[in-house]
Design a protein around this ligand. Structure first.
Ligand SMILES: NC(=O)c1ccc[n+]([C@@H]2O[C@H](COP(=O)([O-])OP(=O)(O)OC[C@H]3O[C@@H](n4cnc5c(N)ncnc54)[C@H](O)[C@@H]3O)[C@@H](O)[C@H]2O)c1
Ligand SMILES: [Zn+2]
Length: 535
């Protein structure tokens, strides 16, 4: 996104620097050698898309902004390429299909509007001009009537004028590591603080809580709020994959309506991945979006489901009677995340192993160090329910959580909306979807991810990318945490169907992550049915 004001401030800056700004360095977000720029200017600069930045840098010499009266009326919307290249206006040639049109400096006016020249996906020329009252977001566009690069003509395509709306969502939330066991401590204000700033007389709060968490920690949660004279309304929602359905979202929505949650009032979501996914969807829908705070209570939710911006439920189509995992949902960020790993101690061993399924995945694709921690301490941590254990050095459990979350965030950050579909964090998530959906299958998400992950290890071995020793090492590590590596229902038909589903889900290509070593992954799209059968 660019704005006339941003560009103008860059130009002012350039004036101040007597033209010595090194735009190439600015493009990399670095300060010029000759000038010390305010951080705020650098921040603004880096919010401008790369192509516009490169446009500015490539037109550095003599560039000034001109006033361009652009409205949607034919009289004032001067878009003819011939006009643009008259002596009084210069069309700046740009590197990547985008240019700025400016007047000569003698024509510089009091206003600093600018037109952006670009091309659309059909190769047609497009002129964009910011609207006076929303220069950051709304641009009138006009497309030239020349034939496009693909031979198409605008008179055929119909739309020559319109508005381009450019909005960016300000997404920022903290994932807080809370000292183990202190979140529900009455003296710790963090849980209450996360529910927002309210006047003292506003003495109620809302929480959606997993049913088992409610049984185990309900009285502690209530006591925490009661000690601060807060009346807590709790909506209890059943956890477990079978409960992850639209009806559960309805239940939370009903409770939110009854409670009359305010538009800006964050509510708490306390539970495993299922509760968090359900609550996140309700938060996204209620009043078209209200803030919510994630408090994950399972290992899997701590290292995975609470970290990103996705939510959703499984869906059964009433027409085909087919069920689909996570078919209905949204990208919607929490207002904050509060991680207290002491919740894990009440999980049973199988659920903890299940959480390790996602951690092994992260280790395989991104971190041999994390893998070594799992090899050395996985067994003891399952036994100790992830709490301190005589054979596990202090800090190891926190370290495993920290590294896992950091890998997740590093992978998600530059690709929050999953525009790029070659994602290493999808390792173990190609075949697992169908493995989990087999009717009557007694299989948990992290377990299915592990079965899929080990199958992919074999595919890597068969391609000659990893040694048999590495396969053995991975197998032993998985087994040391009681993770399954195969299941009877996973046959070659399911495997091939999974590949076809992946092609549909990942925009026309398999994009299946495989490993080339422990901690090193690559996405492939050329897996054949024979290759699957051989594995
Ligand atoms: N949104 C995302 O980005 C994302 C990422 C990964 C996984 N997920 C989803 O997360 C789900 C799996 O999460 P999960 O493994 O936490 O399952 P879950 O939420 O069903 O929890 C497992 C079981 O543990 C119980 N439980 C929760 N906390 C407990 C505690 N502290 N002590 C004892 N029991 C407790 C629950 O009631 C449930 O019966 C899947 O549906 C998966 O699709 C979502
Ligand atoms: Zn997963």
């Amino acid at each position: 996104m660019t704005t006339k004001s941003t560009i103008a401030s860059m130009m002012n800056l350039k004036d101040q620097c007597n033209g010595t700004l090194d735009m190439a360095k600015l493009n990399e977000g670095k300060k010029c050698d000759s000038e010390v720029l305010p951080e705020s200017v650098l921040d603004i600069w880096m919010t401008i898309p790369a192509d516009i930045r490169s446009a500015l840098s490539s037109t550095e010499k003599g560039l000034t902004m001109s006033k361009s009266h652009l409205t949607l009326s034919d009289q004032t919307y001067d878009t003819s390429p011939a006009t643009i290249s008259t002596a009084s206006k210069q069309s700046m040639p740009l590197s990547s299909g985008t240019s700025l049109i400016s007047s000569s400096s003698s024509e510089k006016s009091s206003s600093d509007d600018c037109i952006i020249r670009t091309t659309d996906e059909h190769g047609q020329r497009v002129l964009l001009a910011p609207l006076e009252r929303a220069p950051n977001n709304v641009f009138t566009f006009s497309k030239s009537s020349d034939s496009g690069a693909d031979g198409s003509n605008l008179s055929m395509c119909g739309t020559a004028k319109g508005w381009r709306n450019v909005f960016t969502l300000p997404i920022s939330y903290d994932v807080n590591m809370i000292p183990q066991g202190s979140l529900l401590d009455i003296s710790n204000p963090q849980l209450l603080q996360a529910t927002g700033n309210h006047p003292p007389e506003y003495n109620k709060r809302f929480a959606a809580v997993d049913n088992i968490v409610y049984e185990l920690y309900g009285s502690k949660i209530k006591k925490y709020f009661a000690s601060r004279n807060i009346d807590l309304t709790i909506c209890v929602v059943a956890g477990g994959e079978a409960e992850k359905r639209p009806e559960a979202v309805d239940k939370v929505l009903d409770a939110l309506c009854e409670y009359k949650l305010l538009r800006r009032e964050p509510f708490l979501a306390i539970g495993g991945g299922v509760l968090l996914d359900i609550a996140g969807m309700a938060a996204c829908l209620y009043r078209r979006g209200v803030p919510f705070v994630r408090v994950p209570t399972t290992l899997l939710a701590i290292v995975d489901a609470s970290v990103g911006v996705k939510n959703g439920v499984d869906y059964c189509c009433q027409l085909t009677k087919e069920s689909y995992k996570n078919r209905v949902g949204s990208f919607y960020s929490p207002s904050s995340v509060l991680l207290d790993s002491s919740f894990i101690k009440s999980q049973d061993a199988r659920n903890i192993s299940n959480g390790f399924g996602e951690i092994v995945k992260l280790a395989l694709v991104r971190s041999s160090d994390l893998f070594e921690l799992l090899e050395a301490h996985g067994t003891a941590l399952v036994e100790s329910r992830f709490q301190s254990h005589p054979s596990v050095p202090k800090g190891v459990s926190d370290r495993i959580i920290e590294v896992s979350i950091q890998i997740m965030l590093e992978e998600l950050g530059p690709n929050l909306w999953e525009k790029k579909l070659d994602r290493c964090v999808d390792y173990g998530h190609t075949f697992s979807k169908l493995i989990e959906m087999v009717p009557g299958a007694d299989i948990m998400h992290g377990e299915a991810v592990n079965i899929d992950g080990f199958f992919c290890v074999i595919l890597s071995f068969n391609r000659g990318w990893i040694s048999w020793d590495t396969v053995q090492r991975i197998f032993n590590c998985m087994k040391s945490m009681n993770l399954p590596t195969n299941i009877i229902s996973f046959d070659s038909e399911l495997a091939w169907q999974s590949c076809k589903d992946a092609i549909e889900h990942r925009n026309g290509a398999q994009r299946i992550p495989l490993i080339q070593d422990i901690g090193k992954s690559v996405c492939v799209s050329d897996i054949t049915q024979e290759e699957l059968d051989a594995a």
